[in-house]
Design a binder for this molecule. Structure first.
Ligand code: ZN
Length: 163
């Protein structure tokens, strides 16, 4: 079956940065399952997979604009340590914060100087050129429930019973 809008796609992948370091990989684990055409994965990878089928292998280079976006210096901010509610804040820790627009954003603690904590709200892969090696493991039709939720259920997808 070919990859097309609203089909469930399972892929094995290895992601490297431009220096060749492996950033992420599904090897040794479950394939990643996503619902095609629903923005479950980054646009550059989703476009490259359009029309491919089970068994196809491809290498895809994704620029930041089609990946996790460019780095935005405005998303690096200093906040007083007391705003973390007594948590033992350490560099590398990640927190969910509410933005002024009411969205949830993940921020990563970069450094701590005195009582000021520098947090970075950029995605860790923002600004990176992403090099994917992908193998299409399976393609199937989505269930009505998966289409309603906008994501895949079962192996490699979401596991939940709360909606
Ligand atoms: Zn669901």
């Amino acid at each position: 079956m070919q990859i097309a809008q609203d089909r469930v796609v399972l892929i094995h992948y290895t992601l490297r940065n431009d220096a060749g370091d492996v950033l992420d990989s599904s090897s040794g684990g479950d394939a990643l399952a996503y619902l095609h055409g629903q923005g479950n994965i980054i646009p550059g990878l989703e476009k490259a997979l359009e029309g491919k089928q089970t068994g196809d292998k491809l290498s895809v280079k994704v620029e930041p604009a089609e990946g996790y976006g460019e780095r935005d210096a405005k998303l690096v901010q200093q906040v007083p340590r007391r705003q973390f509610g007594g948590a033992n804040v350490q560099p590398g820790m990640q927190f969910h914060v509410q933005t002024s627009q009411g969205h949830t954003r993940v921020v990563t603690v970069k450094r701590i100087v005195g009582d000021m904590v520098t947090v970075d709200g950029n995605h860790p892969l923002a600004g990176e050129i992403l090099n994917f090696d992908v193998e299409v493991a399976d393609v199937r039709d989505a269930t009505a429930e998966e289409l309603e939720h906008g994501h895949v259920h079962g192996p490699g997808g979401h596991h939940h019973h709360d909606h």
